[in-house]
Design a binder for this molecule. Structure first.
Ligand code: COI
Length: 356
């Protein structure tokens, strides 16, 4: 096992903590952050925890110009036993390195990254909120820091982890969200960067998101970038439908993000012997099923979004109301089970939680 030394510098000015009972998503940050530098020829070095502070970068730093950056999102939960649990963090570390591959960023040692995350959370234990529906969101990211305007992989990077106590991602909380099927723009196409967690995918989604929000929808449902026909994912989550007793989710095809929550839901459904398939699902097929009254539930899955029921889909000038706009039985059961495992109140048959 490689031993990495992590230097710790404590803040002299701890922040006032926000009201943990009324937390927005991603607006408050803890007292410290974890940083590791990378220099070509030297590898990842100088792992350290330092007071949370602005970072200074050269204006020519490559991340600003060509978007060479990746990120992750995971959560730490406060249990009733006063423990802090992470949920499948190894999956996030693996996905981080898959994103690195796609963006020509050097792999980071997964153990170093995870040890840094655990040490940082351990130091910030008092920031892990306890109110229902809250958690400590962990945002690891890597940026290209070499000052150079040529289009090439950077020779220098920083891996940084920041922490944010959060409440629900959507203002609707666990109540169903309304989603508009996007017809004008595409998010990703096969061979692109759709399955990497990289900033450009999100920057490119903002226009559609802005239009949808102006029309009263929380997010957009993206169709495939080639035929504009097959359902892919929602802005910040993967999507599932329960159609005539079977749960269907778009199969991973290189342009869909490989969600950790998505994988966990597939495993839970299989564990409960609920028929589930990962396959291509066109909007036409879904619409036909809807007309026949066969679409029983829809829900999104994601670290930030958890399980988010979808009560309405806007498609070709028609509002498709799903399950009367209410949270479905399966969505509720999945939400309760998943959050129960994460909070340590339900048994964890897959060994998903990791103590900090
Ligand atoms: C997450 O669910 O953790 C994400 O990274 C989605 C983000 C866009 C909020």
């Amino acid at each position: 096992m490689t031993e990495f030394k992590i230097d710790i510098t404590l803040t002299e000015n701890p922040k006032q903590k926000p009201d943990f009972a009324h937390l927005d998503f991603g607006k408050n940050f803890t007292d410290h952050m974890f940083i590791v530098d990378y220099t070509k020829g030297k590898g990842w070095h100088d792992a350290r925890i330092v007071p949370y502070q602005p970072i200074t970068l050269d204006p020519a730093a490559m991340v600003f110009h060509y978007g060479q950056t990746v990120f992750e999102g995971l959560k730490a939960y406060h249990t009733s036993e006063e423990e802090v649990l992470l949920f499948r963090p190894d999956m996030n570390m693996k996905r981080l390195n898959r994103s690195n591959d796609r963006l020509c960023i050097p792999h980071i040692d997964e153990e170093l990254a995870l040890n840094g995350i655990k040490k940082l959370i351990d130091l910030e234990r008092e920031w892990v909120p306890t109110a229902e529906g809250t958690s400590l969101y962990v945002r690891p990211f890597i940026i290209a820091t070499e000052p150079y305007l040529g289009v090439a992989p950077s020779k220098r990077y920083q891996f940084i982890v920041i922490l944010s106590p959060v409440g629900a991602y959507y203002k609707e909380g666990i109540n169903p969200v309304k989603i508009a099927v996007e017809r004008q723009f595409v998010r990703a196409t096969i061979g692109g960067t759709g399955n990497a967690k990289t900033a450009g995918n999100y920057a490119g989604s903002l226009k559609a998101q802005e239009v949808a929000e102006a029309d009263g929808y929380s997010q957009v449902l993206w169709l495939d970038g080639r035929e504009n026909k097959y359902i892919e994912e929602v802005g910040s989550m993967n999507i599932f439908f329960k159609i005539n007793g079977e749960v269907v989710t778009p199969m991973l095809n290189g342009s869909i993000l490989e969600g950790v929550t998505r994988d966990s839901i597939l495993k839970l459904l299989a564990h409960w012997n609920i028929p589930v398939s990962e396959r291509k699902l066109s909007m036409e097929e879904l619409y036909e099923a809807y007309q026949q009254g066969l679409v029983e539930e829809a829900f999104g899955t994601g670290t930030a979004a958890v399980i988010s029921p979808v009560g309405e889909l806007f498609w070709e000038n028609e509002k498709l109301v799903i399950n009367g706009g209410k949270t479905g039985e399966l969505s509720k059961k999945l939400y309760d089970t998943l959050t129960g495992i994460q909070l340590g109140t339900e048994s964890d048959p897959f060994g998903w939680t990791v103590k900090v």
